[in-house]
Every structure is written in C-alpha cells, then in structure tokens.
Design a protein around this ligand. Sequence first.
Ligand code: MN
Length: 191
Amino acid sequence: MRFELPKLAWEANALEPAISSRTIELHHGKHHQAYVNNLNSLIEGTDFENMGLEDIIRKSEGAIFNNAAQVWNHTFYFNCFTPGGNGLPSEDLLDAIHKNWDSFDRFKKEFSAAAVSVFGSGWAWLVKDKEGNLSIVKESNAGTPVVKGLEPLLVFDVWEHAYYLDYQNRRADYVEALWNIVDWEAVSSRY
Ligand code: MN
C-alpha cells in the first residue's frame, strides 16, 4: 500500500455541532479511506506506481484521476477546519478579500452561494492564481483546481456524503455551519 489515509488533527466529535462525529467517521474513515484504497490498487503495476499524488492527478484520467483527486481533495478539506473555528483571515488575505468582494460578509455570501449551487456532487473552492488574484471556483465530482495551476486556500465539500446524515437535503444549512469551524490560520497561511 503506497498512499495512506492521513490522520485527522482533531477528534471525530470535535467539529460538532457543525459536523457530527458519525459524519466524520464515515466521511474520513470510510469514504476518504476508500479513495486511498482504490487508488493504491489502481496504480499497482502502472507508470503511476512511483509518482507523487499531485503528479498522478495531473497525468491521469478516468478512475485513477477520480480516486487520486478525491484523496487530495479530502485531505485538503479536513485541513480547512478546526474545533470552534479560529478568528479571521490574516490582514493580507482580508485585504485581498475586500478588494475582490468589498467585504468579508459579501465574500462568505458568494462562496456559500457557489457551494449551494453546485449541481450534484462537487466542491466550492477559494483559490489564488499565479499573480495572487483570488477567485471562487466550483468543481463537479472529483474536480480539483490543482490541475488548473491554481492554489487552493479553502474548500467546502458539497457531496451529499459530507452532510446528509446531519442535514439531509438542507445543504445550505451545512454550508452556513461550516463558517463556524473554518481554520482561518491554516487558510491564511496558504495565501
Ligand atoms: Mn467528501
């Protein structure tokens, strides 16, 4: 087994009430683990066997791409949150957010709208391009900005497996609750 499921930085119940321990246990322990397991068996004996994860994502398609990108996306997702959230974006990041969206609240509103409006399964990302410009990007299924030369700062997973146990069809409530647990220190460090 080449790739391993990264450990979480907090206990499974630590993000409650935004995300329940049951959801974390399934999302990380079953879904994320399954992407890791699938990827490991798919790359065995192929040219991808000795490649790093990002290289695999950039060079593959089909099932290998889907599983590799989902491993990366989920590792990133679980590193966007911390129990109770922490503060605000750094001064630099906040300035850039104000430049793009006028206010932090307006940014959150637009990011939430993007997340809620992803059709079917997917992701809403805050990304930075090579010039440092910020934008909000929606991706479907295993889509990831990594292949577009964009640097992700924050992601919300809006696959149903991320929220259905806790919120059923109320994706907007899940998205709203995520703002309470964003690890702004980690997000700002990526800017
Ligand atoms: Mn997921």
